[in-house]
Design a protein around this ligand. Structure first.
Ligand code: NDP
Ligand code: GDR
Length: 348
């Protein structure tokens, strides 16, 4: 049988690194696309030891002809579109750019696939952020969307465009509606990694205090390694469809801090309320966490919790890592990096 070929957009990102590793381990030839920047940012692939096993091609989601040429040249059996301006907070300040990449970029990709089409299977990275201001708990594939950020609005467009190409043009196109998934390879602007990296640096005397926004947002946090397995399973189905991947458990940012602080050896005690909240280490009396309203969002998503029963039933998918294991895994990795002094560099 010919070797299967997968094309992953956004190869420098967290999910792409885990997915590339997973597909390589399953015998795929993996082509990763990246956008040209002044400096290389392949550290995640290096961390997983797969940098030299992934074929790299430059491709920007804002360049239609570039995308068509790449799809034509690679002729992959599967395309995973993981590229995006993925930071919700920034999308309030860069709404046009976010829309171009996260919405129109996906339309370009779908057009390219339709043009080249040779049975390519397509995965679109949809998100639980599309549920936004939720009224039903937990959320599944039938829960109505109410996006609360330019990021989420653009993702809703891409979601329906993917469904439309499936229905109108018969593409094997699938949307994975994934709830938050984290790892030691998560970007440092996202709250979980911001917490573990900062607490590790504080522990090693490399940072004074950790400043956060809304401590009372609740998220359904899983491990990225579990979720990329689900992406692959989705594209092995006979038809394109939409699936939620989630753990079904919800925790607050505050709880994440408590658990991480415990793993890092702090004895955390909260004081004050709202913008005055502080987390003090009982042992030293020092403030290690404080709220800075600059990190509040203009419109917040308060609570998200997913129902992945369709993925369990149809795909046989289940998350393996628990919340406690995830926090511990991330905290350990960052403590080890801080001990080596490498968290001082922006690279990680
Ligand atoms: P990351 O932010 O780690 O990675 C995003 C990738 O997209 C990076 O490689 C980035 O490149 C690339 N990118 C950004 N803009 C462009 C562009 N114009 N052209 C080409 N590539 C571009 O995200 P994750 O790995 O966490 O997420 C993967 C996908 O899944 C994203 O689409 C995200 O929105 C979605 N998602 C993520 C969830 C999560 O919890 N992680 C949950 C649900 C959905 P560069 O390095 O150059 O910036
Ligand atoms: P999210 O992740 O917006 O859910 O999007 P993020 O980690 O950025 O925020 C989660 C919650 O934590 C609150 N928060 C803070 N967030 C950040 N980044 N920094 C802070 O200092 C801070 N303090 C509190 C936020 O307000 C929010 O409520 C992620 C991304 O990966 C998306 O691309 C993806 O689609 C969704 O997860 C599912």
């Amino acid at each position: 049988m010919a070797q299967r070929k997968a094309l992953i957009t956004g190869i420098t990102g967290q999910d792409a690194a885990y997915l590339a590793k997973y597909l390589l381990d399953h015998g795929y030839h993996v082509v990763g696309t990246f956008r040209r920047t002044a400096s290389s940012n392949m550290w995640r692939l290096e961390e997983l030891g797969i940098l030299d096993r992934v074929e790299m091609l430059p491709m920007d989601l804002l360049e239609l002809t570039n995308i068509v040429r790449v799809v034509q040249r690679v002729q992959p059996s599967e395309i995973y579109n993981l590229a995006a301006q993925s930071f919700v907070g920034v999308s309030f300040e860069q709404s046009v750019y976010t829309s171009q990449v996260n919405a129109i970029g996906v339309c370009y990709l779908l057009e390219a696939i339709r043009t080249v089409d040779s049975g390519i299977r397509f995965y679109q990275a949809s998100t639980s952020e599309m549920f936004g201001k939720v009224r039903a708990m937990p959320q599944n594939e039938n829960t109505p969307f109410y996006p609360r950020s330019p990021y989420a609005v653009a993702k809703v467009y891409a979601h329906y465009m993917t469904i439309n190409y499936r229905e109108a043009h018969g593409l094997h196109a699938t949307c994975g509606i994934l709830f938050n998934h984290e790892s030691p390879l998560r970007g440092r602007e996202f709250v979980t990694r911001k917490i573990t990296a900062s607490l590790a640096k504080i522990r090693h005397g490399q940072q004074d205090v950790l400043e956060l926004g809304n401590l009372d947002a609740y998220r359904d946090w899983g491990f990225a390694g579990d979720y990329v397995r689900g992406m692959h399973l989705m594209l092995q189905q006979p038809h394109g469809d939409d699936y939620v991947l989630a753990t079904g458990e919800m925790h607050s940012v505050r709880e994440f801090c408590e658990k991480a602080a415990q793993c890092a050896g702090f004895d955390l005690q909260w004081e004050g309320e709202g913008a005055q909240t502080r987390g003090r280490d009982r042992r030293t009396g020092k403030t290690v966490i404080r709220v800075n309203p600059a990190y509040y969002r203009p419109a917040e998503v308060d609570r998200l919790c997913g129902d992945a029963s369709k993925a369990k039933r149809v795909l046989g998918w289940r998350p393996e890592m628990t919340f406690d294991q995830l926090v511990e895994h991330m905290m350990r990795a960052d403590l080890e990096r801080a001990a080596r002094g490498v968290l001082q560099a922006l690279r990680f």
